[in-house]
Design a binder for this molecule. Structure first.
Ligand SMILES: *[C@@H]1O[C@H](CO)[C@@H](O)[C@H](O)[C@H]1NC(C)=O
Ligand SMILES: *[C@@H]1O[C@H](CO)[C@@H](O)[C@H](O)[C@H]1NC(C)=O
Length: 504
């Protein structure tokens, strides 16, 4: 490789998100926040064509999107990797195809190198730094080969990231004696007293032995991410003290907590105050008009409504859906339910009424609002009538909920969601678990019970305690972005000056 000048005067930051909505949007938000701190940078976000289109529509929804953000599409053909045509994102992919997408994502490496070479040819210097997703850590090697610095960005929280990394790298549950009746194990990096349960692990992780395709992919990418110059984490120092201590001890790298990467409108003022329309983060068209949704919420008392959504790429099983519907109906609790076809059916297909109890939608009348595919989630969580969120507990949903002081009912389905729920229950006390995964059996009574707890209808008043803790976390989250004073503001300032120090 020919000698190129060090990034003596480059102000060009390259970002490489993983190919999933829950990763693309936080990267876009990160780019916006960095420019907010210092507008001198140029930021190129690089991905496959459809994801770049998607980011383009997401950014066009912003008021005055920064012109320093360049969206760069690299050639990618999903059918070269055994995926259906135009599959460039985990959205809508069946579970067994998701691992194919993970492997396919590494095919971006060669066009990515070409892109960096082009920049060097055009600008006469290597980019200032490369910030890559923790699932795309091969980009660290690319950064090194071109002589620039590499940072890893984890879109998850600190606790979830630490558990995810350590469980994949060590597979600690493999050491449990076969046939033993205890299913608990400890995770390297976490205190011995912090027990994890095999039952909470996703079946593919339970079965992982280091040789399977999941282990091989994650162990490789995680190992590379441990050799970066530092990590950015989408969390708040003041709400995740324990998770951060574990993460920092485990990875032994600097971690900047620059979260929550949420639209600034959500972080202003008090919860429950009318924020007006926050707007869609994803650029997706909701299955109900935001105005109609707000009007519906307006007609309910404060903190009375249960909001239900399993995120952008998850759904539950047909039998679970049926019991959830029965439980909701019997609880007589007002609800907004974002519904998708159950597991095993085309996630983009028509919804069939037979998946819900006979006459359900007619009978619930005013009690509930069933929304197909997408809901204006931010407007719902910001509304004072929303009392709790039944969620898969993906990290973006968790931050959105906590920032508004809304306690959760946890139903983790994949990725690091089970660890998030464990932390929300044990460390934060803002969550009650309904079940986990798509193979578990739930009864309508279970649904009713957790709703009564979280909405403070039990005699022990547990719901009120959860709500109070969630409000406190919401206050800390909102305080973290305060100019000069907030911990996330300071972390971002420090990160920006660290990368700038390279040319001063
Ligand atoms: C990331 O860059 C550092 C130097 O800045 C280097 O030591 C490290 O090996 C790089 N990481 C990888 C995975 O190549
Ligand atoms: C929560 O429930 C407890 C026990 O029933 C009750 O004493 C308390 O007033 C309730 N709190 C609110 C805010 O309704």
């Amino acid at each position: 490789m020919e000698e190129v000048a060090p990034p003596a005067n480059s102000r060009h930051i390259i970002m490489l998100p993983f190919m999933a909505q829950g990763h693309l949007i936080p990267f876009l938000e990160l780019a916006i926040q960095i420019l907010h701190h210092n507008p001198i940078f140029t930021i190129s976000i690089v991905n496959s064509p459809l994801n770049i289109n998607y980011l383009r529509s997401a950014i066009s929804n912003r008021p005055s999107p920064p012109t320093q953000i360049h969206l760069i599409s690299l050639p990618f053909h999903s059918s070269d990797h055994g995926l259906p045509p135009n599959s460039e994102n985990t959205d809508g992919l069946a579970f067994n195809q998701i691992i194919k997408l993970f492997y396919a994502s590494t095919a971006l490496q060669s066009p990515f190198c070409g892109f960096i070479s082009d920049i060097i040819a055009k600008e006469g210097t290597v980019p200032l730094c490369i910030i890559s997703d923790s699932f795309m850590s091969w980009a660290n090697e690319v950064a090194r080969s071109f002589g620039t610095v590499n940072y890893t960005f984890t879109t998850c929280g600190a606790y979830g990231t630490a558990a995810y990394a350590s469980v994949w790298l060590n597979l600690p549950h493999r050491n449990l004696a076969d046939g033993g009746n205890h299913d608990e194990f400890s995770v390297p990096g976490f205190p011995e007293s912090c027990r994890f349960s095999v039952m909470q692990l996703h079946p593919y992780l339970r079965a992982a032995d280091g040789e399977d395709e999941w282990s091989r992919f994650f162990q490789h990418q995680i190992s590379l991410s441990l050799h970066s110059d530092g990590w950015l984490c989408n969390t708040v120092e003041d709400i995740e003290a324990f998770g951060l201590e574990v993460l920092r001890n485990y990875i032994k790298l600097p971690v900047w907590c620059i979260g929550p990467l949420l639209p600034s409108k959500m972080l202003k003022g008090n919860t429950g105050s009318d924020t007006g329309l926050v707007g869609s983060r994803s650029g997706k068209r909701p299955g109900v008009e935001p105005e109609k949704c707000i009007e519906w919420l307006d007609s309910h008392p404060p903190r009375s409504v249960l909001y239900i959504s399993f995120g952008s790429q998850n759904t539950i099983s047909e039998t679970q859906m049926m019991e959830l519907a029965r439980g909701l109906e019997e609880s007589k609790t007002p609800f907004i339910w974002v519904i998708r076809p159950p597991i095993g059916f085309d996630p983009k297909g028509e919804f069939r009424t037979e998946w819900l109890p006979l006459g359900f939608e007619d009978r619930i009348g005013k009690q509930g609002l069933v929304v197909h595919k997408w809901a204006p989630q931010l407007e719902i969580l910001c509304h004072r009538s929303t009392g709790a969120f039944l969620s898969h507990c993906g990290w973006n949903s968790v931050l959105e909920s906590l920032s508004q002081g809304v306690p959760l009912i946890g139903w983790p389905l994949a990725a690091e969601q089970g660890y998030n729920v464990k932390m929300l229950v044990e460390e934060m006390g803002v969550c009650v678990v309904l079940t986990s995964g798509v193979h578990s059996r739930i009864e309508k009574e279970d649904v009713r019970r957790v709703i009564e707890v979280v909405l403070n209808r039990t005699e022990d008043g547990k719901g009120e305690v959860m709500r109070r803790k969630a409000s406190e976390l919401g206050e800390r989250i909102r305080a973290s972005v305060e100019i000069e004073k907030g911990c996330s503001y300071k972390a971002m300032k420090d990160f920006v000056s660290t990368i700038l120090s390279r040319f001063q």
